[in-house]
Write a protein that binds this ligand. Structure first.
Ligand SMILES: Cc1cc2nc3c(=O)[nH]c(=O)nc-3n(C[C@H](O)[C@H](O)[C@H](O)COP(=O)(O)OP(=O)(O)OC[C@H]3O[C@@H](n4cnc5c(N)ncnc54)[C@H](O)[C@@H]3O)c2cc1C
Ligand code: SF4
Length: 509
């Protein structure tokens, strides 16, 4: 093998990659902590810390396996903070004869690495990251010629291709999807379990970021940082999910409550998005555990979880590569408003939002329904520019990497793609939030009130949204009903005026 430099990005911590099958003294692995990564958006402090800590642990793991690693910390004197210069410099200094990298998941880095390779005087090669079930172009080819990319058909194909929850050619228990059984509100807090955490001090990383003036958002406990930051820790979180949480995952997947931030969610997105765990190993482990415990765990719990990973996650990633870079510019409704200031403080009288945003700032985490039906729902009803919404989501969540953030936020949540990811916008009035949990009973607004003092803003904004977007939505067969209801409303004008008032004063809500 010629003397080779291999780049490992911060979200490529895949210890099972074939690169590491053999030790080869002609290969050096390069890992870099760079300002371009800390600064492309204002990230949550926990997100930056989790990435750097996991990268450092991964470098250490490779070294103990006998690989040669060149790891450059953010504050190291020889760190020019420029990816191209760093690679060029290493090649020159150590006389590398070949440069290799794993295909990045972000369009931004894909473009940058291609350009770097053009300027390098040695042969360059990219290899698969060996993480996803499908290749980048699979979803694009699968839905060739279709306007809407229906997740369900893709998901079924994955089930068949990877023989997951299958009985020969048929789905186990005769059904592909148990979604209708997965919509309960949590009524009994005794069902809740403590999350599996790995408290560790991270003050050295925080100090380094502070001294370097890296701008971050959110809070961190420097003495007890709880996110999994190695493969071992991630495997323990997966194990905890199977033994403690899977039993209720599906039932309460959509529940909203002030009692607990994580409910029965796995907290595995960061571990998977950094590739410390592979999606296939996660679903295979969950399937195997469910099979052994079928007497106590219903198939709907396992199917609900598996669908999120080999369905949604894989599909979302395919959409990204099918539709970027145009996707990042889409603004179907031409929304233009700025996010209210309380997105950075959680300081709003609306309990659903103060709770979900406050939790996001405290923990760098909110579960799917908080992201979609509380925060995203509000942003869409309020007509916030999708760029603003994207920047916020990309910054705040521990698991936010553009390929999975933008497709979920701009696509699924904001419908800014006009219906590629979803067939209709995910919007609701207070009804849904009230039905799914206890936020409304702790709120300054009344969920049942539509207009007047103390009326829940979701109620009038909901109709304002449909009213102002009539031309764009009325002909959608899944939405027609909403327009028939709107046209019959006796207090339509009052509702629209109420919404206008709220829209003028978003910061005061
Ligand atoms: C507006 C919005 C923005 C989002 N941004 C991100 C993001 O930046 N990064 C991210 O990983 N997920 C994102 N999601 C998807 C989902 O909310 C998170 O993956 C999930 O909340 C992570 O918590 P968990 O690991 O406890 O998930 P669980 O509820 O335990 O689900 C298990 C796994 O399924 C996968 N998954 C579930 N839903 C999705 C989905 N829609 N897309 C992709 N993967 C999914 C995740 O890998 C997750 O870890 C977003 C969803 C919405 C609505
Ligand atoms: S009443 Fe409205 S604003 Fe308050 S928690 Fe319920 S949905 Fe949210």
């Amino acid at each position: 093998m010629p003397k080779t430099l291999r780049l490992i990005l911060g979200d490529q911590l895949n210890a099972q990659h074939s690169w590491f099958d053999e030790k080869d003294s002609s290969v050096t692995y390069l890992m870099l902590e760079l300002r371009q990564e800390t600064d492309y958006v204002a990230h949550h402090i926990q997100k930056v810390v989790a990435f750097f800590l996991s990268m450092r642990n991964f470098a250490q793991h490779l070294k103990t396996q006998g690989h040669t690693v060149n790891y450059v910390k953010l504050d190291q004197e020889d760190n020019s903070q420029d990816l191209e210069k760093m690679i060029q410099g290493k090649v020159k200094e150590h006389h590398f004869e070949q440069f290799e990298y794993q295909l990045p998941d972000e369009y931004r880095l894909d473009t940058q690495l291609k350009s770097i390779c053009k300027n390098l005087s040695i042969p360059c090669r990219s290899v698969d990251s060996e993480h996803f079930l499908t290749e980048r172009e699979y979803v694009k080819d699968f839905f060739h010629g279709k306007k809407t990319y229906l997740m369900e058909s893709f998901y079924r194909q994955m089930r068949k291709d990877f023989t997951i929850l299958m009985d020969g050619k048929e789905p186990l228990h005769g059904k592909w999807n148990f979604d209708h059984e997965n919509r309960a509100a949590l009524k009994d807090k005794r069902l809740l379990r403590k999350p599996k955490t790995h408290p560790k001090p991270v003050s050295d990383v925080v100090k380094m970021l502070t001294e370097a003036n890296v701008k971050t958002i959110g809070k961190i406990d420097e003495e007890e940082f709880t996110w999994p930051c190695s493969r071992e820790e991630s495997l323990e979180v997966l194990d905890h999910f199977c033994t403690q949480l899977l039993v209720h995952f599906g039932d309460y997947q959509d529940a909203l409550t002030t009692w607990d931030p994580f409910l029965f969610h796995s907290r595995l997105s960061f571990a998977m998005n950094t590739k410390m765990l592979s999606p296939l190993e996660v679903v295979q482990k969950v399937e195997a555990y469910w099979k052994e415990h079928q007497d106590t765990i219903a198939i709907s719990q396992a199917e609900g979880f598996i669908r999120q990973i080999i369905g949604w996650r894989e599909y979302i990633r395919g959409i990204y590569w099918a539709k970027m870079p145009e996707f990042a510019e889409l603004n179907f409704f031409n929304h233009q408003r700025k996010l209210p200031d309380w997105f950075w403080t959680g300081d709003t009288k609306m309990k659903c939002l103060s709770h979900s945003i406050g939790q996001s700032l405290d923990l760098a985490y909110a579960h799917h329904i908080q992201r979609l039906m509380v925060i995203g729902n509000f942003a869409l009803l309020a007509g916030i520019h999708p760029d603003e919404v994207d920047q916020w989501y990309l910054g705040v969540y521990i698991d936010a990497i553009e390929w999975v953030e933008i497709t979920n936020t701009r696509g699924m949540s904001q419908f800014a793609d006009g219906g590629i990811v979803g067939t209709k916008p995910y919007v609701s009035s207070a009804n849904y939030i009230h039905k799914m949990g206890n936020y409304c009973s702790h709120c300054a607004y009344s969920s049942s009130k539509k207009v007047g003092e103390g009326a829940c803003p979701f109620n009038s904004l909901y109709w304002h949204f449909y009213n102002r977007n009539r031309e764009k939505l009325e002909n959608n067969p899944r939405i027609g009903m909403a327009y028939r209801t709107l046209d019959k409303l006796k207090n339509k004008e009052e509702l629209i005026n109420q919404a206008e008032e709220y829209l003028k004063n978003l910061d005061a809500l």
